[in-house]
Design a protein around this ligand. Structure first.
Ligand code: ZN
Length: 289
């Protein structure tokens, strides 16, 4: 029954209080008029830029003008369903979207940050398209929402992954491989580019680790967590955001108890509140804007 309720939520379009602004740079039509002098035949060329595959729509309360932007990335979508639950009734892509929408609405309601979502419907996006939203909007933070699954049916609890060159454990390395397996990665630049990028990457990694510890601290005691819930791995989607970025795994769909918790709106609300509070605390600590 709980899941029927959740399906209705997915079908509902994102009606929330607040203002939606569409970024001008994202898409547009450019007219270039050439040689329109007297008597000369006017030559006109028309360039139509296709809309970006991901969304640059910003959700914010009227009081949040100029506040930092947090990008919420609902993992998977469209032809990529992600993991499926023990009962076979819950797909990762749907649950990730439900949690992402709830997190967006909570953050907008609280009014301390503005929010963008890489997807607000059931659509397939490349990893690079997701990260590009954060870069285009100069995001203060990027939070990718997923739900885990493991061959061991007893594995359970939420965890937070931050970006690192070296994985914290074999399972983290395996997870990064799985999440990185989507196509659409860009080639890297030359040696100098790589060196500069490495310096920026160090500070991005340490800021991402700070955000992950805040998430774990806020979630402790309120959300079922894995042992050692803060883990590290080389996630492609995090690397390319150019912002502090974490991947939140809300629990295990392969565990029956976790599935029950994740299908319970009250339990999801607790999780979303912990995420929102950690995000706000992190943004305040950086005061980038
Ligand atoms: Zn996933």
């Amino acid at each position: 029954m709980a899941w029927l309720g959740m399906r209705n939520e997915v079908g509902k379009s994102g009606a929330i209080a607040g203002v939606a602004v569409t970024a001008v740079a994202a898409a547009g039509i450019v007219f270039a008029l050439v040689g329109r002098s007297s008597g000369a035949a006017a030559q006109a060329s028309l360039t139509v830029n296709l809309p970006p595959p991901a969304s640059d729509r910003i959700y914010a309360s009227p009081f949040a003008r100029g506040r930092p932007i947090v990008v919420i990335d609902a993992g998977h979508g469209g032809r990529d369903p992600g993991a499926t639950s023990v009962s076979g009734q819950v797909r990762e892509k749907d649950l990730a979207l439900i949690l992402s929408r709830a997190l967006r609405d909570e953050l907008v309601k609280r009014g301390r940050v503005r929010v963008a979502m890489t997807r607000d419907e059931d659509r397939y996006l490349l990893l690079d398209d997701r990260a590009a939203v954060a870069r285009r909007l100069n995001a203060a933070l990027f939070v990718s929402i997923h739900v885990d699954s493991a061959p061991n049916p007893l594995a359970r609890g939420a965890s937070v992954y931050s970006l690192s060159d070296v994985a914290s454990d074999a399972e983290a390395a395996h997870l990064a491989l799985r999440e990185n397996s989507e196509a659409g990665r860009s080639a890297t630049g030359g040696a100098v580019d790589t060196m500069l990028a490495d310096l920026a990457m160090r500070s991005q990694m340490s800021a991402s680790a700070d955000l992950a510890s805040r998430l774990v601290n806020k979630a402790a005691g309120r959300v079922e967590l894995r042992p050692n819930p803060h883990r590290f791995a080389a996630f492609h989607v995090l690397r390319r955001t150019e912002a502090p970025a974490v991947l939140f795994e809300a629990g295990y769909l392969s565990n029956a108890d976790d599935e029950l918790l994740l299908r319970d709106p009250a339990e999801r609300a607790k999780m979303v509140l912990a995420l929102a509070q950690a995000i706000e605390a992190d943004v305040a600590s950086h005061a980038r804007h």
